[in-house]
Design a protein around this ligand. Structure first.
Ligand code: TMP
Length: 236
């Protein structure tokens, strides 16, 4: 069946569903990138692992009452999602200092943040996704005050659920990035994916169980993602 490609991203290609114009098919690719695509490698099996991990997590979020774009997993690399207009914000939530936060503020990685810290980045490849605040979000007409408040509240609610689930499988959720979109009725719902590509997970020994394995050349990315998936599958 022919279907129309509407977006090709670093980790996924997006098609309009041939059955319903309000739905998209997200195809997870075997590609790992960093530095806004400056480093790009084929990693066999990564797409299927991330599709399975993200499907499992979004199913659990849906069941917990979070409004998301996830409908169902279609195949190893494909899932069916509601079509949304993506809000051009990367919403980052940090439970523990790491990555750019540690670098920016000179704080050692691994220090727990008493109150999780939420950050906005403007999703714009040409500008390298700059760090922005609420006033920039208003100025750039990305979201209004109520929408900003909703995004923050929903992200913290999602964090509480995810933190608990990962804790149950021996992993600490250090930080993560979410993207939201507006559906056909203008409702803001969680979109994109949740996988070790866009979060940091440390095991009890402090091993990196996420894309930092690729970013920092720490070993086999797919071995680590496989472990995360196997543990998640044991969650009840
Ligand atoms: P950072 O420490 O590099 O700012 O990343 C914070 C979290 O956000 C980390 O879990 C990785 C994720 N992230 C993305 O998913 N996409 C991005 O483009 C960036 C910069 C971070």
């Amino acid at each position: 069946m022919s279907r129309k490609l509407i977006y090709t991203g670093k980790a996924k290609d997006i098609y309009i569903s041939s059955e319903d114009e309000d739905m998209i098919v997200s195809v997870y690719k075997d590609q790992a990138t960093m530095l806004n695509g400056a480093r790009k490698e084929t990693v066999a099996g990564k797409g299927a692992l991330n599709n399975q991990i993200s499907s499992l997590i979004f199913e659990k979020l849906n069941a917990a009452g979070i409004q998301t774009h996830f409908i169902k997993q279609l195949s190893k690399n494909e899932q069916l999602n509601k079509k949304v207009t993506i809000i051009p914000l990367e919403v980052v939530l940090r439970n523990v200092a790491a990555g750019s936060f540690s670098k920016r503020f000179g704080i050692e990685e691994g220090i727990e943040l008493e109150r999780p810290i939420l950050e906005f980045y403007y999703k714009n490849d040409d500008l390298d996704d700059p760090f922005i605040n609420d006033e920039h979000v208003l100025f750039l007409d990305i979201a209004d005050t109520d929408e900003i408040a909703y995004l923050k509240k929903e992200t913290r609610r999602i964090n509480n659920l995810l933190k608990k689930w990962f804790e149950q499988i021996g992993l600490t959720l250090i930080d993560f990035k979410l993207e939201f979109g507006k559906d056909a009725d203008g409702r803001i719902i969680l979109a994109d994916e949740f996988s070790p590509d866009n979060c940091r997970l440390w095991d009890a020994q402090g091993h990196h169980m996420d894309k930092d394995v690729f970013r920092r050349d720490l070993g086999s990315l797919t071995d680590v993602y496989e472990t995360v998936l196997e543990r998640l599958q044991k969650l009840t």
